[in-house]
Design a protein around this ligand. Structure first.
Ligand code: PLP
Length: 398
């Protein structure tokens, strides 16, 4: 049995999506450059605009305000750098958080080198932001707040609409990294009370190589890529029609199936959390209530997450670790550290992200293998009284 539980990293392409994309690669006569005025180009333009219309309607925007990009990271870069360069204010301040994806964090860090002031908000132990903190961080120079809605690492959902309403009141533009939310939760500009949101097709069973930045009216952005003026001048480069068609198709299927799939994912997650019930010294990281339905990030004390991940991989179970190898060093996840975990607890973390095709049998196999492997790895490292180590144990936190 091979069990893929890394759907936050990427998802497989759905056959229905592959089929819709294949039509735009040539055999159905749809291969043109959408900028060409002849029939071959116009057929491609028609598919492109049809997809744009669908994405716009699904996320509550006007089609003219949907910009297709090469990935989620590019959409995020366009939102943040685009807003920074479009502002003519002498001092520019951006608000973000310590639990963002690196596409946001590294963009903000780079803008700091250009003189931008950035506030990195902290989170509570469940990974949640306090809207009040956002209110307090806003200054006369704040041009943008950019925050993640659903955490890729722990699944925690932020009080985004509340923060958005607050930004609107104070006249601050608000961008949301909704890459892990779109297609999983009802998401729109209105529901998140935001001015811009970023998404990525490969997180929702669509193709890699395409994302989108969706905006409300009146948001000024400076383009990052100059050239032929495609995408209303915001993102030059011949549009990847097949990828865009794949994005729209994947989103359409995700929306149609969302109620049923969400319930199924909740059930599978509950089943997976049998690990927490049956094993000692395990803790669920993240908010148990405000969470994505398919994500469970668990810390296994006295266990190295990398060793656990590799052992599970040998058993054909594929997950992600809470530590990343940076320049040969194991760096604990910045998200878990921001939530106040001890370094040891962050190193012992594993992220399970379930997908629509996982089954009860697969999850039962994972539960029993994880428990077996953790007990083996702990033989030399765990104290004898480990049974007393419950989720309130001080060893989990700093
Ligand atoms: N934002 C979040 C929350 C993500 O999880 C990811 C990808 O992991 C990205 C942004 C970047 O998306 P992409 O891989 O399409 O560049």
């Amino acid at each position: 049995m091979e069990v893929y539980l890394d759907h936050n990293a990427t998802t497989p392409l759905r056959p229905e999506v592959a089929e819709a994309m294949a039509e735009c690669t040539g055999w159905a006569g749809i291969y043109g450059n959408p900028s060409s005025v002849h029939n071959v180009g116009r057929r491609a333009r028609h598919r492109l605009e049809e997809s744009r219309g669908f994405v716009a309607q699904a996320l509550g925007a006007e089609p003219r305000n949907v910009t297709f990009t090469g990935c989620g990271s590019e959409a995020i870069n366009l939102a943040i750098k685009g807003a920074f360069f479009a502002s003519e204010r002498p001092r520019r301040h951006i608000i973000t958080s310590q639990v963002e994806h690196s596409a946001v964090l590294k963009t903000c860090r780079w803008l700091e080198t250009l003189g931008c002031e950035v506030t990195y908000l902290s989170v509570d132990p469940l990974g949640r932001l306090d809207p009040q903190q956002v209110a307090e961080a806003i200054t006369d120079h704040t041009i943008l707040a950019t925050l993640i809605h659903a955490s890729n690492e722990v699944g925690t959902l932020q009080p985004t609409a509340e923060i958005g309403a607050l930004c609107r009141e104070r006249g601050v533009a608000f961008h949301v990294d909704a890459v892990q939310a779109v297609g999983k939760l009802p998401t729109s500009l209105e529901s998140l009370q935001c001015d811009m949101l970023s998404l990525s097709a490969h997180k929702l069973y669509g193709p890699k190589g395409v994302g989108a930045l969706v905006r409300g009216d009146g948001i000024e952005l400076t383009p990052l890529i100059h050239g032929g003026g495609q995408e209303r001048g915001l993102r030059s480069g011949t549009e990847a029609v097949a990828q865009v068609v794949g994005l729209a198709k994947a989103l359409q299927l995700a929306l149609e199936e969302m109620p049923e799939v969400t319930l199924r994912l909740w059930r599978l997650r509950e089943r997976l959390l049998g690990i927490v019930r049956d094993l000692e010294a395990v803790k669920l990281n993240g908010d148990p209530e405000h969470t994505l339905p398919h994500v469970a990030n668990l810390t296994f004390m006295y266990c190295d997450g990398m060793a656990l991940g590799l052992n599970l991989s040998l058993r054909h179970i594929y997950v992600s670790q809470g530590s990343a190898c940076t320049a040969g060093d194991m760096a604990p996840s910045h998200v878990l550290m921001a939530m106040g975990l001890s370094e040891q607890a962050a190193h012992g973390a594993i992220r399970f992200s379930i997908g629509r095709d996982n089954t009860d049998e697969e999850i039962d196999y994972v539960v029993s293998e994880v428990i077996g492997v953790v007990r083996k790895l702990r033989i030399l490292t765990a104290p004898e009284d480990i049974g007393k180590c419950d989720e309130n144990c001080p060893c989990f936190t700093r």
